[in-house]
Design a protein around this ligand. Structure first.
Ligand SMILES: NC(=O)c1ccc[n+]([C@@H]2O[C@H](COP(=O)([O-])OP(=O)(O)OC[C@H]3O[C@@H](n4cnc5c(N)ncnc54)[C@H](O)[C@@H]3O)[C@@H](O)[C@H]2O)c1
Length: 339
């Protein structure tokens, strides 16, 4: 007899629609419900993707016994509340980044997953792109040697998401480009470095462009640029920079990793090493895979095969601790030592 499909629900339908598309590409998964606070949008998405049930209150979907797993794709301030409620209702959770508003909330999420014995995976989609996946294997084969320095950034010339809305309202987002973009880049380089813990963070944040955006309604009270110098327990260093608005030529997304046997930068992935006494540059040819599709497929595989997701809740907590320390350092003008 054919096994029944894994039943999932998606809460929040902005980026949540990409989760829906990812799930619907998998033969052993059925999206049975969708939630959006905006009930018209919930209905419209349900119709567009032929999803049988839709709600405006997330608590209703959690009551559906047939649902095994939930994607949490709400604004950031709701990640902890919705994730904990979903875990307590016995659902596995794929939670969008950033994990939470602070490390206390992130710790609650980690605890809730343990207590419920359910999977809690962080939606760090950039890890699931084919260049990241290939590069991780290359690193694990020892080809870079010891990685002792990483520099990473995502800088925009002009690119504030949802100006005046929840993205630019600290009480709802937790912060600006650091929370929106920097979190991806920091996660990626720490993952390449095998997730060592951070021991100290020195950071600065700037809000130099607020007057460029006079708002008739809504709020803009987050930084427009953040940067940090992060020391890791291995002795390695990470330098991070991120902005939504800055006077640069064009948007720049980059990571540079330096190891004792090789170095690399991406995207596009290029590797710089030495073979038989000669300097060698590698240009891997890789397929263009959607990070979202691969991330959702990995979450489903972890549930079906009872495997630990690669983007763990503990790693999400560690990232949250670093971001929190960065904001504290920016506020106090001092290095923050992490225990
Ligand atoms: N992984 C990525 O690359 C990526 C990209 C974009 C956004 N995100 C993350 O996804 C999350 C959502 O971002 P977005 O861009 O989709 O935002 P969005 O504003 O486009 O969509 C959020 C949706 O959530 C709905 N919502 C608000 N409160 C809700 C509630 N209580 N219950 C149910 N629905 C509710 C809103 O009506 C809206 O439709 C954020 O945490 C963001 O950081 C991740």
């Amino acid at each position: 007899m054919k096994e029944s499909k894994l039943k999932v629900g998606v809460i929040g339908t902005g980026i949540g629609s990409l989760h829906i598309r990812g799930y619907q590409k998998l033969p052993d998964v059925e999206v049975v419900g969708v939630v959006d606070l905006d009930s018209k949008r919930a209905k419209q998405i349900a119709e567009e993707y032929k999803i049988p049930k839709y709600f405006s209150d997330y608590r209703k979907i959690l009551k559906l016994k047939q649902i095994d797993a939930i994607s949490v794709c709400t604004p950031n301030s709701l990640h902890a509340e919705v994730t904990v409620a979903a875990l307590q209702a016995g659902k596995h959770v794929l939670c969008e980044k950033p994990m939470a508003m602070n490390s206390q909330q992130a710790q609650m999420m980690v605890n809730a997953a343990k207590q419920a014995d359910r999977k809690l995976m962080m939606a760090f989609c950039r890890r699931f792109q084919s260049d990241s996946q290939w590069f991780k294997k290359y690193i694990e084969a020892g080809e870079l040697g010891e990685i002792y320095y990483a520099k990473t950034g995502w800088l925009r010339r002009r690119g504030i998401p949802g100006l005046g809305g929840w993205f630019t309202t600290k009480a709802k987002s937790g912060g600006g480009p650091l929370i929106d973009l920097g979190v991806h880049m920091l996660d990626l380089v720490l993952w390449f470095m095998d997730n060592p813990r951070a021991i100290s963070v020195t950071g600065s944040t700037y809000t130099k462009f607020r007057d460029h955006y006079p708002l008739e309604k809504g709020t803009l009270d987050v930084e427009d640029l953040a940067c940090a110098f992060i020391r890791l327990e291995t002795g390695a260093t990470v330098f991070l920079e991120t902005s939504w608005v800055s006077n640069i030529k064009e948007e720049k997304i980059y990571s540079v990793l330096l190891g004792t046997k090789g170095g690399a930068d991406l995207p596009p992935l290029r590797i710089y090493t030495e073979k038989q006494g000669g300097l060698v540059d590698l240009e891997p040819k890789l397929p263009d895979v959607s990070g979202f599709d691969a991330e959702v497929a990995h979450f489903v595989e972890c549930i079906l095969k009872d495997k630990e997701p690669t983007a763990t809740a503990e790693q999400g907590l560690e990232i949250t601790r670093i971001l929190e320390a960065l904001y504290k350092s920016a506020e106090t003008g001092k290095e923050v030592v992490l225990k």
